[in-house]
Design a protein around this ligand. Sequence first.
Ligand code: ADP
Ligand code: MG
Length: 249
Amino acid sequence: MTGSNAAPPMIRMESVDKFFGPLHVLKDITLEVPKGQVVVVLGPSGSGKSTLCRAINRLEPINSGTIEVDGRPLPAEGKELARLRAEVGMVFQSFNLFAHKTILDNVTLGPIKVRKQPAAEARKTALELLERVGIANQAQKYPAQLSGGQQQRAAIARALAMRPKVMLFDEPTSALDPEMVQEVLDVMTTLAKEGMTMLVVTHEMGFARQAADRVIFMADGEVVEDSTPDSFFSAPKSGRAKDFLGKIL
Ligand code: ADP
Ligand code: MG
């Protein structure tokens, strides 16, 4: 898929370093994610997975290296940055919905404000997306009136409403009650099958095995392994990965 004449990868990171004060949290990360690929990022707590996601979306500035999304370098600020953020959808562990807005308004806000979509069009698209994630009947409710799983599906619909080119998920099911995990993973699996480029930080090994094209294992700010789910789970190469799998499986 990525020959020299092919389209640019959806995400390209080259020699990316990130420090928090003296702490070196991303160490010389070079990584390409081709269009349509689903990458699951695994690794122990503190290994830099969230920082990696946040760097791609420029929620965290990097200290050195380059990051490109769909062939374009990350802009530093202003309108260009707003546009990039719209192209890179992000779903967090905490649902981050606006508490004082209805689910429908949560989904239409970005398209109206950032994409300058007419309200009627934004509403139509939002209702279609809410239908797709199975909560169209919750459109007029407020976030607190929904279950955690429904809120997270609303957050996914909100991100999709911006027509992103790539979706980043940072532990999207970690804050959910166990019985709600699958309904969110199902939505993500459908999205993956539809060809969305996805980078997913998760501890859901079932999802990694079934939906991922590729598994990246991080430890101490480095990409330690980069392989298919099959080979990662059946034959992890590094001691760190073996140790991690031993604890989690
Ligand atoms: P993960 O998501 O894999 O658990 P993070 O990317 O959140 O890891 O964190 C990587 C390292 O950076 C950790 O040591 C964490 O404590 C540190 N860190 C994360 N965010 C900040 C911040 N805003 N300020 C200082 N240190 C941070
Ligand atoms: Mg994290």
